[in-house]
Write a protein that binds this ligand. Structure first.
Ligand code: HEC
Length: 125
């Protein structure tokens, strides 16, 4: 009887420990889908444009240029990148209105990609 109780405890403990071990990754790295954030091979058309389309263009298109900012055209966006206002706005830094307006900051991995692209000179590639 004693042996059986001990065995049951072992099974319980093993279950508890292994379940904790396996479900923690998404909490440790939110916004990366549980993987590592890959900031290599970033392009405007393949990486940055889709982020802007999903999060910014509804308020910053050529027809609705909120705050005079347009995000659906590289040429129109470039001056706001060069002035530093774009970077401050998406990273919620002082000196710019936090963007997207009235919404959560972009996921950490998307911000890493945007910042890596700006650091590379914001190429139109
Ligand atoms: C729901 C509408 C909305 C969304 C979505 C939105 N913006 Fe804005 N944005 C505004 C409005 C309105 C202003 C002008 C008023 C202000 O500065 O708060 C603005 C201003 C800005 C400015 C100028 C900030 C300043 O301090 O002068 C930048 C840069 C900007 N947005 C970038 C972005 C980017 C990049 C995204 C996507 C990540 C985004 N916005 C998403 C509505 C929006």
């Amino acid at each position: 009887m004693r042996i059986m109780t001990l065995g049951l405890w072992l099974v319980c403990l093993t279950t508890v420990f292994t379940s904790c071990y396996y479900d923690s990754e998404e909490e440790l790295y939110p916004g990366t889908g549980g993987g590592v954030c890959d900031t290599s091979n970033i392009t405007f058309s393949g990486t940055i444009q889709p982020i802007l389309t999903s999060n910014c263009n509804q308020c910053h298109s050529s027809s609705i240029a909120s705050g005079g900012v347009i995000t659906d055209s590289y040429q129109a966006l470039l001056p706001h990148i060069q002035s530093g206002i774009f970077r401050k706005a998406v990273n919620h830094e002082p000196g710019a209105s936090p963007m997207p307006q009235n919404a959560q900051k972009l996921p950490a991995c998307e911000l890493s990609k945007i910042n890596a692209w700006i650091n590379a000179g914001a190429p139109n590639n």
